[in-house]
Design a protein. Sequence first.
Length: 161
Amino acid sequence: MNQKDKAVILKQMENLKGKTICTAGRLAATGNFSFLSADKKEYWLRISTGFRFRTDQEVLIANLDMFEPTEAIETSPDFDWDTYNWDVQGCNLYDQWMAQVDKKSLIVSDVNVGDFGDLTIIFSDNTVLEVFINASGGECWRFFEGRGDHLVVTAAGVNAQ
């Protein structure tokens, strides 16, 4: 990724500073987050690559947790890995964490972009969302405001759609 693309990404992502996560969830295996400003502008981040929420001490939740059953489901007497459907809302660790996390405490304080388009969002409570580019091509994540143009990030650079 060239420096111009990195600057374009950073400029767009700066819009998140001071915004609070409004919704946090998934569309199939894609992380789906909306951020809301005081003036009701809504920004969306959709992540199709590796990502995790962490503190300085631990990983809180990561994208692969979408495929892990909740403890209640896994310990039920009739649980069977062969028939487990991770895509049913609420049936996996990721859905469970997203439903329980205090989204009002997740206010964006800083944003950083790495040389390959990796994204780091730091929240005011010191929780960090890290997005890792883990493909050599294709869409990894996208950012957009409302129904506006989409900033699509790939390992090779940026597309506007």
